[in-house]
Design a protein around this ligand. Sequence first.
Ligand code: GLU
Length: 304
Amino acid sequence: MNYEKIISSVYQQLSEQNNYGNVAAYIPELAKVNGAKFGVFLQPVNEIGFGVGDYNEKFSIQSIAKVPLLALAFQLLGDNIWTRIGYEPSGTSFNSIVQLELERGIPRNPLINAGAIVLCDILIDCLNNPLDDFLDFIREIAANKTIAYNEKIAKSEEKTGYKNYAIISLMKSFGNIHNDIDKVLNFYFHICSIEMTCRELASTFLFMANKGIVPDTKTQILNSSQTKRINAIMQTCGFYDEAGEFAFKVGLPGKSGVGGGIVAIYPSKYAVAVWSPRLNSKGNSYKGLLFLEELTTKTAASIF
Ligand code: GLU
């Protein structure tokens, strides 16, 4: 399969099309991002990867970091995490609070804000230095020691993330948050502030296409059953109330973030990252979704 040719032609085609949606202005630091940026990088397992456009520029990965967060908690605690979080799609937006009251503070899945906040609470109880230890973990799966938090973005969200304060307070009232809420949210906002390029993001997720093993270093992060489960959660929950649409049109497990990034996995074949900051009404990158739809259409290959 000549991915390079296909990626270049889809990129060209979409560059000529109108872009729609808005950058995520509810986080003031993200409102400053240039909505015209557009980059893609496809990293095959055990082959050289390639990119087009702004693929070497850093952006805020936001909710995409929820997947490594889940991987670390799953690696450390195994199936015990499922007493505190579910693994069903929510059918609601990334920051929705409505189900939480009905379901007594147990988030539907780890990829909505509520679920990732519970994961932060769980990890605070089992890591010595949660911020440093999580960064070490993400650097290990990325095989890249330069990955870092962006303090300005973390602070910007800490000042304005009222919805997340509401979510965590409700969960705390049900006893599903054990630590101080400011401490948990400080950790959560930091993981969301991590910056990567499309190239780095595709490499970071390659272990999810390789049975849980980082191809560069041969480090086993998850076993193949855990890898299957996280890929299944990405497939069913990675795009909030647009997860069905993504499965329908793209047919790969993936995860989006309000920084405009999307990463998708083709097990045993590749990880692909796309960045285009303008978001549709569901908080997912407008052009990013179109790009991945065209990719699996033109390659006539998806997991289905
Ligand atoms: N930090 C963002 C929030 O909590 C993440 C949302 C996302 O990327 O979908 O609102």
